[in-house]
Design a binder for this molecule. Structure first.
Ligand code: NAD
Length: 375
């Protein structure tokens, strides 16, 4: 079986879908691996490192020749998909809702497109989950960037010249990214508080040594839907939350927002009036900016200054930690492919009745087959 690793072409994408470590492991499974020249450069991996692990390195169309499995971080332009073996798998973060038209083109091109971000949230699939591995790093990076943009220090410092007080950091949305943001802000010495719509996160916030800010006594408070994801909240809840957040946010120096609802635009958590209530010099990092933003006025890859408050957010936060993000992303793909490896067939096989297959398979035999896309 031949595995091809593509060089990413999307603007701002610095990651690569296979690391030297995973290339070595694929070869140990019996695969041959070809890597597009320069694929790892922006993630600090040279062509020579892939070659040292046994991969062949080549230019664009040749790399795909007779490939059975094509690995990418993002979905490639369907036009470049040529020469691969019939029914080849395309394994990548395919952004199926955002790139819906492409999914049709993948079907037409004859690849079996497997969207790694649709990996179900089950214990067995945890090590294959690109959303978790990338969100974790993004949560860290958001705090580092906010700290860097902040004109003051995070920790309390007692110096001969006087005392510097600790920064107050507020984390909104406590999923994978939010938990890492809490931990990072704590390590830097900030006073940290956090909120979420899922009441289960309260204990997690407190166990990290942060203060939980929660709406109480409103119906529908659990806020948890299928797969542990957040659901859309009632109007009553939203009003209570907005009031609570307003009074809290005015006292914060750093706010990190991470709230997402799958398949929908990101929920608006911070209004312009709330930004105006903050002290000048405060910093907001909007991790959801690429999904429409949690913060009014935030713009991808721009520093927006409103009422003296800096609002930051990257279109692709994990790409700003390319080496670690690539290493973990690569392992997610390897963990997935190796879990389904059929020794006799000498390649991975996805049973039609497997929960993972049903969740991630977008196209097969020229058709779009995924329930979430057909619904
Ligand atoms: P996410 O990226 O979908 O959303 C980030 C956070 O924002 C979530 O905690 C969500 O509840 C919160 N949020 C949504 N709307 C909000 C609002 N209006 N106000 C405040 N917060 C809001 O979430 P995630 O990081 O992917 O994690 C969601 C859950 O899934 C977590 O409990 C996580 O531990 C779990 N998980 C499980 C697995 C697995 O078992 N394989 C893998 C990954 C995550």
């Amino acid at each position: 079986v031949k595995i091809a690793v593509l060089k990413e072409t999307a603007t701002g994408e610095t990651r690569v879908a296979a690391s030297p470590e995973t290339v070595k492991k694929y070869i140990a499974l019996g695969a041959s691996v070809s890597v597009e020249s320069g694929a790892g450069l922006l993630a600090s991996v040279s062509d020579a490192e892939y070659e040292a692990m046994g991969a062949s390195v080549g230019a664009s169309p040749a790399v795909l020749k007779d490939a059975d499995i094509i690995l990418g971080v993002q979905g490639p332009d369907p036009k470049v998909l040529k020469g691969f073996a019939p029914g080849a798998w395309l394994v990548a973060g395919l952004d199926p809702f955002g790139q819906r038209a492409r999914v049709d083109e993948y079907a037409k091109a004859g690849v079996e497109a497997l969207a790694m971000e649709f990996m179900p949230r089950i214990t067995r699939a945890q090590s294959m989950d690109i959303l978790s591995s990338q969100s974790n790093l993004a949560g860290y990076k958001a705090v580092i960037e906010a700290a860097s943009a902040y004109g003051r220090a995070f920790p309390m410092m007692m110096t001969a010249a006087g005392t510097v007080s600790a920064a107050k950091a507020f984390i909104m949305g406590v999923g994978v990214a939010g938990l890492q943001a809490i931990a990072t802000a704590r390590r830097l010495g900030a006073q940290v508080s956090a909120t979420d719509v899922r009441s289960a996160t309260k204990e997690q916030i407190e166990s990290l040594g942060a203060k939980a800010i929660f709406v109480e006594n409103v119906a529908g408070i659990e806020g948890e839907g299928a797969g542990g994801y957040a659901t859309e909240m009632s109007d009553e809840y939203k009003a209570a939350q907005a009031e609570l957040v307003s009074s809290h946010i005015a006292k914060q120096d750093i706010v990190i927002t991470t709230a997402l609802i799958p398949g929908r635009p990101a929920p608006r958590l911070i209004s312009d009036a709330q930004i105006a209530s903050m002290k000048p010099g405060s910093v907001i990092f909007d991790l959801a900016v690429a999904q429409g933003g949690n913060v009014e006025g935030s713009k991808p890859d721009e520093v927006v200054v409103k009422h003296g408050v800096k609002i930051i957010g990257y279109a692709n936060t994990p790409a700003h930690l390319a080496a670690d993000a690539s290493a973990l992303f690569s392992r997610n793909l390897y963990n997935f492919l190796s879990a389904f490896w059929d020794k006799e067939a000498g390649k991975p096989v996805l049973p039609d009745d497997d929960e993972i297959t049903a969740a991630i398979r977008l196209t097969k035999d020229g058709k779009v087959v995924n329930e979430r896309l057909l619904a």
